[in-house]
Structures are given as C-alpha cells and as structure tokens.
Design a protein around this ligand. Structure first.
Ligand SMILES: *[C@@H]1O[C@H](CO)[C@@H](O)[C@H](O)[C@H]1NC(C)=O
Ligand SMILES: *[C@@H]1O[C@H](CO)[C@@H](O)[C@H](O)[C@H]1NC(C)=O
Ligand SMILES: *[C@@H]1O[C@H](CO)[C@@H](O)[C@H](O)[C@H]1NC(C)=O
Length: 195
C-alpha cells in the first residue's frame, strides 16, 4: 500500500519531465555557422535564410546553394560554372526539427556554468537517420546544432558547428548564375555533405 502511495506521488512529477516539443527547436530565420566535417575533414561556412528558403554552403572547392522552393541544389565552382541537381530528399532540410523527431535526452556540459544540450534522432527514411545535439541559449527561442551525425546506408558523416551567429554578413552567397544546367547523373555528389 505504501509503495502504491509513493508511486502516485512520484507519477505526476515524472510526467512533468516530458520531452521538449521538437517543433519548437528552430534555427533563427537567418544564421551563419562554420561546419567542420569530422570524417571527411571538410570545412564549410553555412548560411541559412528561411525568409527566402535558401541555404548556402561555401567551401574552398565550391559554393553550393540549396533552394528549398525549387528543391534544387546549385553548385558553383571557383570559375563561376554552375550545375544543378534535384535535392534527393525534398523536405529533409527544415528550419525546425520535424514532428517525427525522437527526444533522446539532455546532457550537461561545463565545470562551472553548466549548459544543457538536447539529443535528438530524426528517422528521415529507411536509408537515413540523423542524430543531433542542439543548444538553445537560455532565454532565447532560437537553437542550433552543435554536433550532428548522419547514418546513411552509404556511409556516416559527423559535423561539428562553431561560431554560430543569427545573421548573414554577405547575402551574395545565395546568388545563382542564370545559366545552370543539370549535372550529369554519374558525377552526382551528395547534397548532405556538410549538413
Ligand atoms: C569562412 O568564414 C571565415 C570567417 O569569416 C573565413 O575566414 C573563411 O575564409 C571562410 N571560408 C570559406 C571557405 O569561405
Ligand atoms: C519541394 O519539396 C517540398 C517538400 O517535399 C514540397 O512541399 C514542395 O512542393 C516542393 N516544391 C517543388 C517546386 O517541387
Ligand atoms: C535507422 O534507425 C533504425 C532504428 O534504430 C534502424 O532500424 C535502421 O537500421 C537505421 N538506419 C540506418 C541507415 O542507419
């Protein structure tokens, strides 16, 4: 009887520790961050502008513009030559975590001033799972990911973010040349290289 009473007491407390709503974990409308590929060792400056639904990934090798309106990814090489390809999974890149995201738990970092990071799993489809650690600045509504792992049936990718800011210094990163033919299929690259 006493055990049951204890359970009844504990139960409401346990329920208040409900998982956060993933759809409230969102990037700012505009952001820029440095993304380091820990396996492929590629660095990219990634700018996202959800007011125009565009993401730009700038590396030393190329500039890539993902247009979520047209579902095309445009690759511009250092000579200015452009090729485009369809986003393989339209709808995978969103400002907020999708409703299907599973909350994995919270981890705390820091010896003195603890920050909490939330772990998430996005089961994108049968070929792609994305695991993320997100950080929300206390008192702010915007979040970003600190660490991200993409497990795909064609390999694994791990990305680490540094220096995120809620602004875009140079909006020309989103410019796409007027002439941008389809990329030949055999040299297709994966658009989720950095993200
Ligand atoms: C990325 O941004 C940093 C800081 O603004 C800059 O120093 C670096 O050259 C940029 N890298 C690329 C590939 O554009
Ligand atoms: C792009 O993909 C999104 C998400 O699947 C879809 O809602 C939208 O209609 C697509 N747009 C075009 C132009 O295909
Ligand atoms: C994604 O996760 C599910 C559930 O854990 C697993 O069954 C599946 O094999 C995973 N797929 C990939 C590509 O890692």
């Amino acid at each position: 009887m006493q055990f049951l009473a204890l359970c009844l007491l504990v139960a409401p407390v346990a329920y208040t520790l409900a998982a956060p709503d993933p759809t409230t974990i969102c990037l700012p409308e505009k952001s820029t961050m440095r993304v380091f590929g820990l396996i492929r060792k590629i660095q990219a400056n990634v700018s996202s502008d959800f007011s125009q639904n565009k993401i730009a990934e700038v590396t030393e090798l190329e500039r890539r513009v993902l247009d979520l309106n047209t579902n095309y990814s445009y690759a511009i090489d250092p000579t200015g030559a452009c090729t485009r390809q369809r986003l393989p999974v339209p709808g995978i890149i969103t400002r907020c975590l999708p409703p299907s995201t599973v909350f994995l738990g919270t981890v705390f970092e820091g010896f003195v001033n603890k920050v909490s990071l939330n772990g998430w799993l996005i089961p994108v489809n049968q070929d792609i799972n994305v695991t993320l650690l997100t950080y929300t600045e206390p008192g702010q509504s915007d979040s970003y990911f600190v660490l991200r792992r993409d497990d795909t049936s064609w390999g694994q990718r791990i990305s680490f973010v540094s220096n995120p800011v809620a602004s875009i210094a140079d909006t020309s990163v989103f410019n796409v040349p007027a002439v941008c033919p389809d990329k030949p299929l055999e040299v297709r690259l994966n658009v989720f290289k950095y993200m």
